[in-house]
Write a protein that binds this ligand. Structure first.
Ligand code: F3S
Length: 298
């Protein structure tokens, strides 16, 4: 049995930066709060809480003057304003790629364009991007975009500015971009899918296409992990999505020749290592028992 780990599995640059900023803040700021989990991973949230950071999801509960870490998904303008009004010290762990989108939609709207965000409307990153616009439009995919354009055909000639959730799939974004190019006459398109996401998804697809099974590791709340599993399912007969090694049943992979492993951007390296080690141990056991069998049969 061959085990292959995707090179891009695990923390991306933005997530690593956010966790490092939070760890630094835990050492320097007492008391210290995080406004919701810094990244979508319960293990990491628990680790930061152990270091003394208190997780409060609502800005209204943050005490005046406190030090507050803002999560990697970013926050809308209202959150920054509310914290400034309370005299809080903000430690901004928003990924710079996400912050760039905030500035893009803000400037687009200031220059008279309608911001259109392609993404999952309830995802925190999308909610935060929308929070920098006075009248945002959020559409999930090309079908939703078609419906929005058909609802009011004049929208096709309106000044529009398109951005994407950083963790959207290239397929969804390409379909939207094609539609915009074909049908809209005054649209600016900003390609804001993160390159780390693109590389991770491409590698996962490449592995999934040639492996008998795929293991996708990541928190169930992590949208980029769920997307990875979805993409793999389209190409691989068996995809197992787990949050950590404790959910893994290595013996269920018996008889398979190749197994690929990948992980979402918010999955810590030590969880990936635990999964990899558990699978490697199982492979060694299978190989040893196979060698035994071979010896006996000789
Ligand atoms: Fe940032 Fe891309 Fe990661 S947007 S948080 S580097 S997936």
């Amino acid at each position: 049995m061959r085990l292959e780990l995707a090179r891009s599995a695990g923390f991306c640059y933005g997530v690593r930066r956010a966790v490092e900023l939070a760890e630094l803040a835990a050492d320097r700021e007492k008391p210290c709060y995080m406004l919701g989990p810094v990244i979508h991973n319960d293990h990491v949230t628990a680790h930061l809480e152990e270091k003394g950071i208190v997780c409060l999801p609502d800005v209204r509960d943050i005490p005046p003057g406190a030090a507050v870490i803002l999560r990697s998904h970013g926050e809308g303008r209202a959150v920054y304003d509310a914290l400034a009004a309370k005299g809080c010290k903000t430690i901004d762990a928003a990924c710079p790629n996400v912050t760039k989108i905030h500035r893009l939609v803000e400037r687009a709207e200031e220059s008279g364009r309608q911001p259109v965000i392609i993404g999952v409307p309830t995802h925190p990153e999308v909610v935060a991007i929308a929070g920098w616009c006075r009248s945002p439009v959020v559409l999930e995919d090309a079908d939703a975009l078609g419906g929005w354009l058909d609802e009011c055909p004049e929208r096709r000639s309106k000044a529009l500015a398109f951005v994407s959730q950083t963790t959207s799939t290239q397929k969804i974004w390409d379909a939207c971009r094609e539609k915009v190019k074909k049908e809209c006459t005054n649209a600016e398109i900003f390609d804001t899918i993160c390159s780390a996401t693109y590389v991770r998804q491409s590698e996962a697809q490449e592995l999934a296409a040639r492996c008998d099974a795929m293991i996708v590791i990541g928190d169930r709340k992590s949208s980029n992990t769920r997307r990875l599993a979805e993409l793999c399912r389209a190409l691989c007969p068996r995809v197992v999505a787990i949050e950590g090694a404790e959910e893994l049943e290595p013996s269920s992979f018996q008889g398979m020749a190749s197994i690929g492993i990948t992980a979402g951007a918010s999955t810590p390296g030590w969880i990936i290592k635990e999964v990899y080690d558990k699978m490697s141990d199982e492979i060694m056991e299978i190989e040893e028992s196979f060698a035994d069998l071979l010896e006996k049969s000789i």
